[in-house]
Design a protein around this ligand. Structure first.
Ligand SMILES: Cc1cc2nc3c(=O)[nH]c(=O)nc-3n(C[C@H](O)[C@H](O)[C@H](O)COP(=O)(O)O)c2cc1C
Length: 209
């Protein structure tokens, strides 16, 4: 786990949508908060469904707390002031406006539905609107899609987002460092996201080192 301080005081936006892989989003949130980042989180209703299925416990999307996301954790008190949660249709959230400065946005995992909506500029909920804002403001937007196989429409949507300036970072862990656990696989992807954000981390053993 990284103990490096955050490189900026601006908040990062983290969105968790209803693709498989809630644990990627949770792990990213954990590492960022423990590294001193401020994180503004939002989750879609489908993300809540997937969370329940994959984590074996429900999450109350009306008021997500760190205690609910990380029931066993002893570090959450220290991070509480740097965590804010916004509901899916709360367009009054700072992240919904270009005048609200952020250090970037990550959507992990990113469903094909959200990916498509962003590619077409729908801005139909807070996640889509915040992503639209990050693109128009030329700020970092990282989407972490999870689907297989990929259809032509989905591939075209990813190309559209890449052309608009987003980083498309599929949840595709590498095996060349011989992972021993699910945690290793998750950290591979989360480490690559942190690299894209410019945040130091030692979550994965790097090739060539
Ligand atoms: C258990 C479960 C797993 C899912 N996995 C995926 C997935 O890996 N990729 C995906 O694009 N959609 C997946 N879906 C479907 C999305 O949740 C669905 O398309 C939803 O409308 C996405 O909404 P959102 O983008 O607002 O989160 C899954 C749904 C469930 C219930």
């Amino acid at each position: 786990m990284s103990s490096h301080p955050a490189s900026t005081d601006l908040p990062y936006v983290l969105a968790i949508t209803g693709a498989s892989g809630s644990r990627y989003g949770l792990r990213l949130l954990e590492v960022m908060l423990q590294s001193g980042c401020t994180v503004h989180l939002t989750m879609s209703p489908a993300a809540g469904e997937v969370f329940k299925t994959e984590m074996n416990r429900p999450v109350d999307l009306n008021q997500v707390t760190l205690a609910e996301l990380f029931p066993e954790a002893d570090w959450i008190e220290k991070s509480a002031a740097r965590f804010q949660y916004y509901r899916h249709f709360d367009f009054s959230a700072g992240m919904a406006s270009g005048s609200f400065r952020t250090a970037g946005m990550v959507i992990v995992p990113c469903s094909m539905g959200t990916l498509s909506s962003i590619a077409h500029g729908l801005s139909g909920n807070l996640i889509q609107r915040a992503a639209d804002v990050h693109l128009k403001e030329r700020r970092k937007l990282i989407v972490v899609p999870r689907e297989t196989p990929l259809g032509t429409i989905q591939l075209r949507n990813m190309t559209t987002l890449s052309e608009a300036g987003a980083v498309v970072l599929p949840a595709m862990p590498g095996f060349y460092r011989q992972p021993e656990s699910i945690e290793d696989l998750i950290d591979f992807v989360v480490g690559r996201i942190l690299d894209q954000l410019g945040l130091s981390n030692e979550l994965m053993q790097r090739w060539g080192t």
